[in-house]
Design a protein around this ligand. Structure first.
Ligand code: CA
Length: 232
């Protein structure tokens, strides 16, 4: 139950039922909690219902259109809004951004592109959620059962030790972990080696999880240890 509450929740506002259904399945598959609204009035009503972490908002809707829904959302909520537009012309995009949307996507869009935008918006505030033994943080998905790691849609192959190290850092996102704590947690109390092994494995981890990406997440805190957070 607690897991369920920790999932980021996304409200999909889309009157085209096949697309709404597709988005719902796709987002659900990615581990998000998904709600839907098929028209503008319903969207505003569902906003009042509870906390949404992100809204996907179609522009052409029965009742209130997406621009008006966005304006009403903005009166009360600071939630990220990504607008879905069937028309690719600039005036609509500008109008959407004027109405307070954070981003827009032109239909038809690739699922990967949509998911990347959703992750980018949710990433502003690190979201740690565990669901089905998965951890999602800063665009990284860690699956404890399959021991798979995905960053921004790319599979990252890690050794057992690298995986454990990343999982420990991710579980403590934003918290600085000392070398001894890392050693105890990842290598275990019976490990008698040097703490330098931590630095060595941090280097391995960085080469896989950070090097291919523009934003570096594994940070060194001089004299203290390491932490997972976006570089400032
Ligand atoms: Ca529509």
């Amino acid at each position: 139950m607690e897991d369920e509450q920790n999932k980021p929740s996304i409200l999909v506002v889309e009157d085209e039922s096949s697309l709404a259904r597709f988005l719902q399945l796709e987002l659900d598959h990615q581990g998000y909690k998904v709600g839907t609204a098929a028209n503008g009035f319903d969207a505003v009503a569902r906003m009042a219902e509870g906390k949404w972490d992100l809204v996907l908002l179609d522009i052409m809707l029965p009742g209130l259109d997406g621009f008006e829904v966005c304006r009403r959302i903005r009166e009360f909520w600071d939630v990220p809004v990504i607008m879905l537009t069937a028309r690719g012309d600039t005036p609509d995009k500008v109008k959407g951004l004027d109405a307070g949307a954070d981003d827009y996507l032109t239909k038809p869009f690739a699922t990967d592109e949509l998911l990347a935008r959703v992750r980018a918006r949710l990433r502003r505030a690190p979201v740690v959620m565990r669901s089905n033994r998965k951890l999602f943080v800063l665009g990284i998905t860690i699956d404890y059962d399959t021991r798979q790691v995905v960053r921004d849609g790319h599979n990252i192959s890690l050794s057992k030790r690298e995986f454990d190290l990343l999982a420990y850092l991710a579980e403590n996102t934003g918290i600085v972990l000392g070398r001894n704590a890392i050693l105890d947690h990842v290598w275990g109390y019976n490990y008698y080696g040097d703490t330098n092994i931590v630095d060595v494995y941090i280097r391995y981890l960085r080469s896989k999880i950070d090097e291919p990406f523009p934003t570096k997440l594994v940070q060194t805190v001089r004299g203290v240890g390491y932490t997972l957070r976006e570089e400032s």
